[in-house]
Write a protein that binds this ligand. Structure first.
Ligand code: ADP
Ligand code: MG
Length: 237
C-alpha cells in the first residue's frame, strides 16, 4: 500500500527531532530513508508504524488517514534495529508469532510458516533456536516474521547493519527479489549511502529532522539539491 506523510513534526523535550517532514511513497516502491545518525529516520519509521504519535502532521496508508488506526490493524511488517528474535522460541514459533496471537487456525499457521520458510530460504531450520543460527539467518527469520500473510508494507530499520559484508550482499539481493516478486511496498532506513543508492527505487535524504532531497539514485547523484546532500552522498563511509 502507498504511504503519504504530511508535515510530521515531533519534539522530544526541548529537541525538535522532526520538522515538517513530508513525502509520498507509491505502492510497490522500495524507498531508502538515508541520513546520518540522529537525523530522525527511525522516528519517521516508528510514526508510520503507529509506534509513535507525531505532535503535528499525519500519515495516510493506502489513502486513509492512519492516525487512529491501532498498530496491530495497520497490516505492516516491521523489523527493528538489532533483529530481536524471541530467544526461547524456535524459528517456526518466531515466524508464527503474529498469527498465533491473532488466534488463527493451526493448519493455516503451519501452511503460512512453511511458505515463509521457503521464501527466506530457511527450509529445514524451523526447529532451531535463534542462538543456533548465523547473523544472516537470524535476520531472515526477523524478515519472515515481519512478512505475515497479507503484509503489504514492510518497514526495515537498518536491516543490514549488524551483518558482515558477504551476508549483507546476499540479503540485499534477496530483499530486492522479494520486493519484485511480491510487489510489497518497502521502506528501509540506512546511514549507508552506497546501500541506499544501489538498492532503492527512490531515496529520501534526511538530516537534522528535515528532508533534504527526494529522488531516484541517479537524480541525487547528478543533481544534489543541497550542499549537505552533495557532501553526504559523495562520501564513502
Ligand atoms: P536516526 O534513526 O536518524 O538515527 P532517531 O529518529 O533515532 O534518528 O533520533 C532522532 C533524535 O531523536 C536523536 O537525537 C534521538 O536521541 C532523539 N530521540 C529519539 N527517540 C527518542 C525518545 N523516545 N526520547 C527522547 N529522544 C529521542
Ligand atoms: Mg535510527
Amino acid at each position: 500500500m502507498g504511504i503519504v506523510v504530511r508535515g510530521l513534526t515531533k519534539q522530544f523535550g526541548a529537541t525538535r527531532v522532526l520538522d515538517r517532514v513530508s513525502f509520498e511513497i507509491r505502492r510497490g516502491e522500495l524507498v531508502a530513508l538515508l541520513g546520518p545518525s540522529g537525523g530522525g529516520k527511525s522516528t519517521v519509521l516508528r510514526i508510520i508504524a503507529g509506534l509513535e504519535i507525531p505532535d503535528v502532521g499525519e500519515v495516510l496508508l493506502g489513502g486513509r488517514v492512519a492516525t487512529h488506526t491501532r498498530v496491530q490493524d495497520r497490516n505492516i511488517g516491521f523489523v527493528f534495529q538489532g533483529y530481536a528474535l524471541f530467544r526461547h522460541l524456535t524459528v517456526r514459533e518466531n515466524i508464527a508469532f503474529g498469527l498465533t496471537i491473532r488466534k488463527r487456525p493451526r493448519t493455516e499457521i503451519t501452511r503460512a510458516v512453511d511458505e515463509l520458510l521457503t521464501l527466506v530460504q530457511l527450509e529445514g531450520l524451523g526447529e532451531r533456536y535463534p542462538n543456533e543460527l548465523s547473523g544472516g539467518q537470524r535476520q531472515r527469520v526477523a524478515l519472515a516474521r515481519a512478512l505475515a500473510p497479507g503484509t503489504s508494507l514492510l518497514l526495515l530499520d537498518e536491516p543490514f547493519g549488524a551483518l558482515d559484508a558477504k551476508v549483507r550482499l546476499d540479503l540485499r539481493a534477496w530483499l530486492r527479489r522479494l520486493h519484485k516478486e511480491r510487489e510489497i511496498t518497502g521502506v528501509f532506513v540506512t546511514h549507508d549511502q552506497e546501500e541506499a543508492m544501489t538498492l532503492a527505487d527512490r531515496v529520501i535524504v534526511m538530516n537534522k529532522g528535515r528532508v533534504e532531497q527526494i529522488g531516484t539514485p541517479e537524480e541525487i547523484y547528478d543533481r544534489p539539491a543541497t550542499e549537505f546532500v552533495a557532501t553526504f552522498v559523495g562520501s564513502t563511509n
